[in-house]
Design a protein around this ligand. Structure first.
Ligand code: THU
Length: 159
């Protein structure tokens, strides 16, 4: 038996004001998107904004459904829109925030496993690292590529 270890570095910023200007703008856009989420069942409003390599920013939010699994997370709504409409453009950065009662949730939001898998697909597709900004009242976690968010991952190379 060999013991192996996986570790990754990430950054934490206590407030949005400490983030670079471009990232602050993405966070603001994610917050505005969260306010427009359709989340009548969880009341957990999530917003995502995506910066493409041509400077375009697209946003999305969670879209729930009475048949629960038919809904979709904010990250994938935004990501699939970006990939559908800008198939030539790499995704550079994704900012995501979650809100309850019109306020940011206390801890930094963490994308679900399916979103991590979808984000990794886009990172692999465009061979460009995707920076993730994950916000909450406690601040912002920043990770510099999606690969680190999903260790021992399944990708097209596995097929
Ligand atoms: N949700 C997201 O949109 N993104 C996440 O990163 C976590 C969860 C949504 C799915 C569902 O509409 C609600 O939040 C509660 O799980």
């Amino acid at each position: 038996m060999t013991k192996k270890q996986y570790s990754f570095d990430y950054e934490h910023f206590a407030t949005a004001k400490e983030l670079p200007q471009q990232d602050q703008e993405l966070v603001e856009m994610a917050i505005e998107a969260a306010k427009k989420a359709y989340a009548p069942y969880s009341n957990f409003n999530v917003g995502a904004s995506i910066l493409l390599d041509n400077g375009t920013i697209v946003t999305g939010n969670n879209q729930e459904n009475a048949a629960y699994p038919s809904g979709l997370c904010a990250e994938r709504v935004a990501l699939f829109y970006a990939n559908a409409n800008y198939p030539e453009n790499a995704v550079k950065t994704i900012a995501v925030v979650a809100m309850k009662n019109n306020e940011l949730v206390s801890t930094e939001v963490a994308p679900c496993g399916s979103c991590r898998q979808a984000i990794l697909e886009t990172e692999t597709r465009f061979k460009t690292p995707i920076k993730m900004i994950m916000g909450g009242k406690a601040g912002f976690n920043i990770i510099n590529n999606a690969t680190e968010l999903l260790p021992l991952s399944f990708t097209g190379d596995s097929l």
